[in-house]
Design a protein around this ligand. Structure first.
Ligand SMILES: CC(=O)SCCNC(=O)CCNC(=O)[C@H](O)C(C)(C)COP(=O)(O)OP(=O)(O)OC[C@H]1O[C@@H](n2cnc3c(N)ncnc32)[C@H](O)[C@@H]1OP(=O)(O)O
Ligand SMILES: CC(C)C(=O)C(=O)O
Length: 563
């Protein structure tokens, strides 16, 4: 009696085998596997609308551009489109000399004949034959014994040999997949593969490919690796074999399964870009390749323009790539949260050219994939001062002092709390402008003139004449001090005490302007900031002081700044 859904399932244990001789867990991947793209076959057969010849061609050319040397181009006996596409590649000489095409077939005479016909004339081609070997498939699909199922593989192998021999103009190789290997008894899968080896008679120069698929991912990836390592150790004529894996992603662990399988002895991986393929997809070759990249191993595939690849794949598959997809999604190099932004900003600030990549929260340099840094930091209610000030610095060259960052991020937080939405970099600057640069000011600077002419260190007084507009009235002020700022403060005579002052240049050459940031106190009020931007540094600092005084007058900071 089954009362719970979980009672319907049993854990997959591959026939009580222990695999205690395993060595793969302590292995490291030191070089890339042979990559085989099955986008045009396994990927294509899983699409809502299979690719047209035009889409297939576009995808094929993209795969070649990325650097794939083995491309499964279709199931030619499935449809006229698939057959015509393979013929087009061959007849129009579209296959580069260093690329081998692969064509898949069931083990049925008419289908094998047509499959060989589709690729005949290519310089290099691989015929790929499969039949399911797992107990459930033997029982449910074929209703056959082990020997009968093995015979399907042997009959198919003989026919592939016979038909390919009729086309000596092509350099043929052979790939055999004991489909559903992942839930097949290891001894039976081994027995079938060894029988196929004997029938095909591969050599070290012309190897057979045994592709051991996790047709349906049924186990934790470590168990798949155990199965692969066992085959690797027990297959006859291993030196004449390319050991391949073909993980599907039913449990969401196909990438781990493929990586473990390589550690366990696999030479080759079949998969699709961005993990397209039956059901949950084939293993994602982009993730696998770029995982190698981050370990200091060049994958031998070129994803230096990941967005172009993504656009092409989305067009051909008519399926979107998820915004969180590893390495390729729109959001994968973006931090919204404050502590992530803070760490990224510091990472960029400390980065030295030509050094190892070490920017927190960014496992890979987006520039290596053709991405820019525009989207690295985006601001919403989860963001902090680091992210906000990063945007001002990147977009407008404004390097806010720490306490101003704290003050300004409160203004941003008010907006994000109110709207619940993202604040774009342009909006951040608008809010900054409104808050610090373009207020409706009671005090406006009209002009100033330094009248004293002190020599540095002389102890002489600085004198200044200032013309300001105060609430519409023009006033002429005079002040004295040790420097321009103190003389200006003296002239204002508004109870101003300067607490902190920063300045820096924005831009270069004739366009250079100065940015000044002044933190001051008016009377006993809490401190507040003013910002001035001007071509003249002294004017910038006066604007900053007036800005702070104005902010105090209009909108005295309600609370003191706290660290
Ligand atoms: C795991 C994978 O991805 S395998 C690849 C799967 N891809 C595809 O199937 C896409 C292309 N396939 C097709 O277009 C069609 O299935 C065709 C043209 C190959 C065959 O079509 P049909 O002749 O109509 O047969 P159908 O698709 O129903 O196949 C089922 C039959 O093939 C048999 N069969 C299934 N796999 C194999 C195999 N590898 N070798 C031999 N026979 C097989 C089944 O037992 C069944 O036989 P039955 O009719 O005697 O019960
Ligand atoms: C044909 C085989 C390799 C396959 O696609 C699978 O088992 O998933």
């Amino acid at each position: 009696m089954i009362s719970n859904p979980s009672d319907k399932y049993r854990p997959f244990v591959p026939f009580a085998r222990e695999f205690s001789e395993r060595t793969w867990p302590s292995k490291r991947i030191s070089h890339p596997p042979i990559w085989m793209s099955t986008d045009l076959r396994d990927g294509n057969q899983s699409l809502i609308e299979p690719m047209s010849v035009e889409r297939k061609l576009r995808f094929f050319e993209q795969l070649v551009k990325i650097g794939f040397k083995e491309i499964e181009v279709g199931f030619p006996s499935a449809s006229q489109t698939d057959f015509d596409f393979v013929r087009k590649l061959v007849d129009e000489n579209r296959i580069p000399d260093d690329v081998t095409i692969i064509v898949l077939t069931q083990s049925r005479e008419d289908l094998i004949r047509r499959t060989v016909e589709s690729a005949a004339g290519a310089k290099k081609a691989i015929v790929h034959l499969y039949n399911a070997c797992a107990p459930a498939f033997r029982k449910i699909v074929f209703n056959m014994s082990q020997d009968e199922v093995k015979q399907i593989a042997l009959d198919g192998t003989r026919l592939v040999k016979e038909f390919t021999n009729q086309h000596p103009e092509t350099s043929w190789r052979y790939e055999y997949s004991p489909e559903v290997f992942s839930t097949t008894e290891p001894e039976f899968a081994l027995d079938v593969c060894n029988a196929v080896t004997a029938a095909w008679q591969p050599t070290p120069e012309s190897k057979i490919i045994f592709n051991l698929p996790a047709t349906i991912e049924a186990t934790t990836p470590n168990l798949y690796a155990d199965q692969i390592e066992w085959m690797h150790n027990n297959l006859q004529q291993r030196d004449c074999i390319v050991l391949s894996v073909h993980p599907h992603n039913d449990r969401g662990t196909a990438v781990a399964a493929a990586e473990f399988a390589v550690m366990a002895g696999a030479d080759r991986i079949e998969g699709c870009l961005f993990g397209n393929g039956e059901r949950t997809g084939n293993v994602d070759l982009v993730t696998l390749a770029l995982n190698l990249y981050t370990q200091g191993i060049h994958p031998g595939l070129d994803f230096s323009d990941i967005d172009e690849v993504r656009r092409c794949v989305e067009y051909c598959n008519q399926l979107p790539v998820h915004p969180r997809h590893p390495y390729a999604g729109d959001l994968v190099f973006t931090a919204f949260s404050g502590s992530h932004q803070d760490a990224i900003k510091k990472g960029f600030a400390q980065r030295q050219p030509n050094t190892l990549w070490e920017v927190p929260y960014l496992p890979i340099d987006p520039a290596d994939l053709g991405r820019n840094y525009d989207a690295v930091i985006r601001v919403n209610s989860q963001s902090g001062k680091g992210g906000v000030s990063y945007l001002l610095e990147q977009e407008h060259g404004l390097v806010l002092p720490r306490r101003l960052q704290i003050e300004f991020s409160r203004a941003i937080q008010r907006v994000t709390d109110e709207t619940g939405a993202e604040v774009t970099a342009a909006k951040v600057f608008d809010i900054f402008t409104e808050e610090y640069l373009d207020r409706d000011q009671p005090w406006k600077l009209i002009r100033h003139r330094i009248t004293g002419n002190p020599k540095a260190g002389s102890g002489q007084q600085f004198s200044i004449e200032v013309e300001v507009e105060e609430n519409g009235q023009v006033r002429h002020l005079v002040g004295h001090g040790d420097g321009a700022i103190s003389a200006f403060v003296d002239a204002l005579d508004a109870g101003v005490k300067i607490m902190d002052y920063h300045e820096h240049a924005i831009g270069t050459g004739t366009d250079t302007r100065a940015a000044s940031y002044v933190e001051l106190r008016v009377g006993d009020s809490p401190t507040g900031f003013g910002v001035g931007i001007h071509g003249d540094i002294v004017t910038a600092s006066f604007l900053a002081i007036l800005g702070a005084v104005n902010r105090h007058a209009v909108n005295a900071p309600a609370e003191a700044l706290a660290e």
